[in-house]
Write a protein that binds this ligand. Structure first.
Ligand SMILES: [Ca+2]
Length: 503
């Protein structure tokens, strides 16, 4: 065999290897595109997560193309910090970015976010639409993360005049547009829901879907002409409050058949710091403003109906975007990730919205379709965290693992994507700061929450829940199972000392 033939053979063999291992090399033409779909306040209540009530055919179809993570958790159940954990691969306890108003570049001017990493190491063109970084509450997003200007859209939105007392600036609209932040309580409350007969594009998510489709078409021609891969992050606002969604999505449901909360008391024997009443939802009418007020059955049903209607509305918009991936023949070379920024309490434990360390606020949907890597219709019980997506996507794209300078706390889930029974971690970690800092370890069976004063000492309280015996978190078992508390506390002790609040 002559040298030339040997070289050709070696080249062909290396190409075969490249295809077989699913792009662990960095050949420019081989780079997969990335479509990151972020959905605000989406808990795993879709059809693909076995919710029998949900009408979510498009997310279900997306799930059927790849892998569904059944035990995925956010790292902090608040919009802004959760999105930072995703984009930095860092726990909020590592960065100090705990608050809605925490400014990334003030706290960490040189942080390298996931899209920055893709641009720097892979030559990706990176774009963002809708709710990606949290904007509002004094926050202005992170323009440094993307190659082109952010396509900004509303989160709080109404079309019915009655929802805003005839067009007044309402409390949550002010928060999310950085207006009158010092005078929020003086503003009127907007409606918690509305259901007008309007087209999908009457609200932000319809417009974000339309613009994402335009961006995908432009990205396709750029890919064909210049070979530039894309990283597009499309952020949808619903089912975040208010549940403003076109009537046709409300009409998909009979509210009388929707699931109502099964257990509306806080867990027995839980420390008071852990519980929650009132909060964000009291900024919406007709929710009672007093934190401890009872909700009528009608109100609970309307809110739950609104959540499901909003989920179906966003589902339809995601379906349009995925259709475009197919139409433009991008699907075979595009990794698609769907991620909810945190879960949502729909009256369970008597809690509404998020901002707790309990299961409903922290469990999230993660769907990953990685062509050539994930098997269609697969799922895994591997515990996963938001911070894992950065190293996972970097590895899938054949890029170097993220190096910071921020602390990179995630692990790559690629072995799990290849085989759902593989294990890369044995617990998930999350945190929520209140009067004390609550840090949690979630294993297959248990959740331990340690509530610790910020000075690190003194009065430490624990919660322990056993999800085999008590999936609804009716009772804190910490005092009854000290041996489990001790075992899980030891895991917690392996984490670095948490950063102080104030970022
Ligand atoms: Ca959110």
């Amino acid at each position: 065999m002559n040298k030339q033939l040997l070289a050709s053979l070696a080249f062909v063999l290396s190409l075969i290897c490249l295809v077989t291992v699913g792009s662990t090399e960095t050949g420019a033409a081989e780079k997969p595109n990335v479509l990151l779909i972020l959905v605000d306040d989406l808990k795993p209540a879709m059809g693909c997560y076995s919710d029998p009530h949900a009408k979510t055919p498009h997310m279900d179809a997306l799930s059927a193309r790849g892998m569904r993570f059944d035990a995925a958790y956010c790292n902090q159940a608040v919009c802004a910090p959760s999105r930072f954990t995703l984009m930095l691969g860092s726990h909020s306890t590592s960065t100090g970015l705990y608050g809605l108003g925490s400014q990334l570049r003030q706290v960490m001017p040189n942080a390298v976010t996931m899209p920055q990493h893709f641009a720097k190491h892979g030559g990706y063109r990176t774009e963002s639409l809708g709710k990606i970084f949290h904007i509002g509450h004094g926050n202005h997003g992170d323009p440094e993360s993307f190659s082109v200007a952010h396509f900004k859209e509303k989160v709080i939105e109404y079309v019915e005049p009655a929802s805003t007392d005839g067009g007044k600036l309402t409390r949550e609209e002010a928060f999310f547009t950085n207006q009158k932040l010092g005078q929020i309580r003086s503003l009127p409350r907007g409606a918690a829901y509305e259901s007008p007969e309007v087209d999908d594009s009457a609200y932000a998510d319809g417009r974000v879907a339309e613009e994402t489709i335009r961006r995908l078409r432009a990205a396709k021609s750029r890919l064909d002409s210049e070979g530039t891969p894309f990283f597009i992050a499309a952020g949808f606002a619903r089912p975040h409050l208010p549940f403003s969604a076109p009537k046709k999505y409300w009409d998909l449901y009979d509210p009388q058949t929707l699931p109502m909360p099964q257990h509306e008391q806080l867990p027995k024997d839980a420390p008071p710091v852990a519980g929650k009443r009132g909060g964000e939802i009291t900024n919406y009418k007709p929710v009672p403003e007093k934190a401890n007020a009872e909700f009528s059955e009608e109100l609970k049903r309307d809110l739950i109906h609104g959540y499901y209607a909003s989920m179906s509305y966003v589902d339809a918009q995601i379906g349009k975007v995925i259709d475009e991936l197919d139409r433009s023949s991008l699907a075979d070379n595009t990794i698609v990730v769907l991620w909810g920024d945190h879960g949502f309490h729909l009256g369970d434990l008597g809690i509404w919205t998020k901002h707790t360390n309990y299961e409903q606020a922290n469990r999230i949907p993660i769907l990953i379709v990685a062509p050539g890597v994930t098997a269609a219709g697969s799922s895994t019980k591997q515990l996963a965290e938001s911070v894992d997506l950065f190293p996972t996507l970097a590895e899938l794209a054949g890029l170097p693992a993220p190096q910071g300078p921020q602390s990179v706390d995630g692990v790559s889930l690629v072995p799990v994507l290849q085989d759902g029974s593989a294990r890369v971690r044995d617990h998930a970690f999350h945190a929520y700061p209140k009067r004390k800092l609550g840090r949690a370890i979630r294993t297959d069976r248990y959740r331990l929450v340690q509530w610790m004063p910020y000075d690190g000492g003194g009065d430490i309280a624990y919660e322990l829940y056993d999800y085999e015996a008590d999936p609804l978190e009716r009772e804190n078992l910490a005092a009854r199972h000290p041996e489990v508390v001790e075992r899980l506390s030891k895991i917690l002790q392996t984490y670095p000392a948490p950063m102080k609040r104030g970022g």
